[in-house]
Design a protein around this ligand. Structure first.
Ligand SMILES: C[S@@+](CC[C@H](N)C(=O)[O-])C[C@H]1O[C@@H](n2cnc3c(N)ncnc32)[C@H](O)[C@@H]1O
Length: 288
């Protein structure tokens, strides 16, 4: 009887139980471990994530938010996104972790593309993973200013983009076209023709849970449209915009690929920009 009461208690209180040895989906695995570890490494040096109120801008399906809570003890995370992939999280987590319910402090919100969050949210930390390259260019600064207002003075914002537009895989089309810098070398029409013609397997580490909704051809259209809407920000442009919004840079890391870009591209773009595939930024709202 006591055993049964304990199980009922654990089902409704505290952190829910999970089993990470059950994970089979590559996308889930990459977010549950790799992305989450990096977010934790960068933010955890400045904030005690277990005590902090966190906001994830562009949370997608919310897998890394869930992992920050289950694996690192974060207690309060609010994810916002213009899509509603996070609605799939309870089912995904049941399948991949045998998780019976999401943690109590995890919440999600569907927002409009430039909806103001300041005033409604006041947090200690913000994270944004692979999202800012998708924000319309003229919305980047207003959104950065709004996120600045959401942070308490002294709070930090971890921002990651990979791949950056001008790098080898910056089109986000590698799952269909395995040619580096192809988007800077051929026309948009040719890119679309090559995507349409693709009949091979997809790298499951790059296939998100949206694939099930779109189907094979719908997913091609979705991925191509995402490519067309990329804002093409370079790392330096992003940093300058964040500083203009008021943030100070605590730490920055530009990762570069070793591959040599094709000569015709080097005549048009700086080598530094063509090889810089990732930017990791830790920003702070000054004033604590
Ligand atoms: C490549 S996904 C990354 C999602 C998630 N961070 C992850 O790592 O799986 C980019 C996300 O940014 C979201 N997004 C794009 N523009 C946005 C905006 N203006 N405001 C909020 N979310 C946005 C998209 O809906 C999408 O979920």
């Amino acid at each position: 009887m006591l055993h049964l009461i304990d199980r009922i208690k654990s089902a409704f209180q505290g952190q829910p139980r999970f089993d990470e040895s059950l994970i089979t989906n590559e996308w889930f695995k990459a977010h549950f471990f790799y992305a989450t570890d990096l977010i934790h490494d960068w933010m955890g040096k400045e904030l005690d994530l277990r005590q902090s109120k966190l906001l994830n801008f562009g949370c997608g399906d919310g897998i890394s938010d869930l992992a920050l809570m289950l694996r690192y003890g974060a207690q309060r995370i609010h994810g916002v996104d213009i899509r509603q992939e996070f609605k799939k999280l309870p089912k995904i987590a049941r399948e991949q972790l045998h998780l019976q319910r999401l943690p109590k402090g995890l919440s999600f919100e569907n927002i409009q593309p430039s909806q103001s969050l300041a005033g409604k949210h006041q947090v200690d930390g913000i994270m944004s993973w692979s999202t800012f390259e998708h924000v319309q260019r003229d919305q980047v600064l207003p959104i950065a200013r709004d996120l600045f207002q959401c942070l308490r003075p002294g709070g930090v914002f971890f921002l990651q983009i990979e791949p950056l537009y001008y790098s080898a895989w910056g089109a986000h089309l590698r799952r269909y076209i395995d040619t580096p810098w192809v988007h800077l070398l051929v026309s948009e029409e040719e890119l679309w023709q090559r995507i349409q013609a693709y009949e091979g397997e997809l790298d499951m580490g790059e296939v998100d849970y949206g694939f099930d909704d779109f189907g094979v051809d719908g997913y091609k259209r979705f991925v191509f449209k995402e490519y067309q809407h990329l804002n093409r920000l370079t790392a330096d442009e992003l940093i300058a915009l964040m500083q203009e919004a008021g943030f100070e840079v605590v730490r920055q890391q530009k990762n570069h690929m070793q591959d040599m870009p094709p000569l015709p591209l080097l005549e048009h773009y700086p080598q530094e920009v063509l090889t810089n595939n990732e930017i990791l930024l830790l920003l702070r709202r000054p004033g604590a």
